[in-house]
Design a protein around this ligand. Structure first.
Ligand SMILES: [Fe+2]
Length: 445
């Protein structure tokens, strides 16, 4: 995405997804009840257009805003999360779509008609990536609310990627050493090869002891063993925070489910006539034991690890297992190299995590770890903190508001855009989140 043609293509792609995600919901579905992890869909798309306006058209060209009276509404740092649901705050679907389409056309013309400077390229990319982040949240909101799964390419992707005969692949052994973490801070390629968000910078060397990490995500089969063994009932497996979550703070209230007091299983699971079922968007389906366990909080992952006498990886261990970068070698941003190949990972809302944990052999890392990109964001044991030398980027709140309160998740999920994710990418979620597409893998103690 380093020239006009590819920028335009990705802008069109993300715009089309935003419009499709909106137009395939009925008016009733667009009017969603309050949820801590979601946004009203129309707010989400208006806010994404506002980002293009504010950081490109207004900041670079001093252009007037489309409707200045709406600035405080579309600006996520101005409007409180709960206030986005207030009646009359968000315009109608028609006028919101008109706003986003007008902004899109202006940006498209600006790309076509002007020289592409490094600064322009960086800002276009940033705004397109930001739009893709909102595509992801619009997709996970459909799971939250029990809406139909979005099918971006009807008729395609009907055969699921196939796993191996074994249910899991054991541990990869990662040798001790000095490994490179993160992206370069002040690079002359900042807009092209070295594009990164503030929280991934600056790059540094970390010294790690040898460790063993699972080549696969924890599967439903493995998680069921934890449930069957009474994992949710064994207090000793739960940390202080985990116990608090079990008893008080687990209520990431989800309208289609009854709120669980003291959960006994992942949030979208239920048992009926002895069979375990999982709500996948608007469908109750038998649990496939080979698929990854999803929608589990950090605390559930932590309790599972205690039960299995394992532990979560630190974020550095995770990044090393995925990329294994060392000084003096070509730095890899993806487990298989530096060229994104969407066929090597479950990204872009294609299979939406309905893949066996052993699938995608072609996308494995040099150490044999699979699905480190895509499928599920992976919990790490690391608190979300800035790297030494952190500097705030163009979007001042990209990371700063979350430092200290959140856990680092890595890898991107099945709904993350393939143009957006890489092994150095750091996402932050509060440890009680279960609504996003999140799972985990474990390390030997
Ligand atoms: Fe945003």
């Amino acid at each position: 995405m380093n020239d006009k043609q590819s920028l335009i293509l990705e802008l069109k792609n993300s715009q089309q997804k935003i419009v499709d995600l909106t137009n395939t919901l009925s008016d009733d579905e667009l009017t969603i009840p309050y949820h801590k992890g979601a946004n009203p869909p129309l707010w989400e798309i208006g806010h994404s257009a506002f980002f293009f306006e504010l950081f490109i058209l207004n900041a670079l060209d001093n252009a007037d805003m489309y409707d200045p009276s709406m600035n405080p509404v579309w600006d996520s740092f101005n409007i409180d999360h709960e206030d986005r649901w207030n009646p009359g705050v968000i315009p109608s679907k028609e006028s919101t779509l008109e706003y986003i389409n007008t902004t899109y056309k202006t940006i498209l013309a600006r790309i076509e008609d002007n020289e592409l400077s490094q600064q322009d390229l960086y800002l276009y990319k940033y705004a397109i990536f930001h739009q893709n982040m909102h595509v992801e949240s619009l997709i996970w909101s459909r799971q939250t609310y029990g809406y139909k799964k979005m099918d971006f390419n009807p008729g395609e992707n009907e055969s699921t990627p196939v796993g191996t005969d074994q249910p899991s692949l054991g541990d990869a052994e990662i040798p001790a050493g000095h490994y490179l973490i993160g992206m370069p801070a002040d690079s002359e390629n900042f807009a092209t090869d070295d594009f990164a968000f503030d929280n991934e910078k600056p790059r540094f060397e970390a010294e790690l002891d040898s460790f063993k990490i699972s080549k696969t995500l924890v599967s439903n089969r493995e998680f069921l063993e934890f449930i069957k063994d009474g994992g949710y009932e064994k207090e000793e497996l739960w940390s202080w925070g985990g116990k608090k979550w079990l008893n008080k703070e687990h209520n990431f209230g989800i309208p289609p489910e009854k709120q669980m007091l003291h959960p006994q299983h992942p949030v979208y699971w239920k048992q009926e006539n002895g069979q375990w079922l999982e709500r996948y968007f608007d469908q109750w389906q038998p649990i496939n034991p080979d698929y990854p366990v999803m929608h589990v909080s950090f605390f559930e992952a932590e309790a599972f690890c205690n039960w299995a006498d394992r532990r979560l990886p630190t974020e550095y261990e995770w990044e090393v297992a995925a990329l294994g970068n060392k000084k003096g070698q070509v730095f890899k941003k993806l487990p298989w190299g530096n060229t994104m190949d969407a066929g090597k990972a479950d990204l872009d809302g294609t299979y939406v995590a309905h893949v066996p944990v052993t699938a995608y052999a072609d996308g494995e890392s040099v150490f044999g770890c699979r699905q480190m990109l895509g499928t599920a964001w992976e919990w790490t044991s690391s608190q979300y903190l800035p790297y030494d030398g952190f500097k705030i980027d163009m979007y001042p709140f990209m990371s700063t508001l979350q430092f200290g309160y959140h856990k680092v998740t890595k890898g991107g999920s099945c709904a993350t855009s393939s143009i957006l994710t890489r092994g150095t990418y750091r996402q932050a979620y509060l440890p009680n989140r279960t609504d996003v597409f999140v799972g985990f893998r474990t390390c030997a103690k």
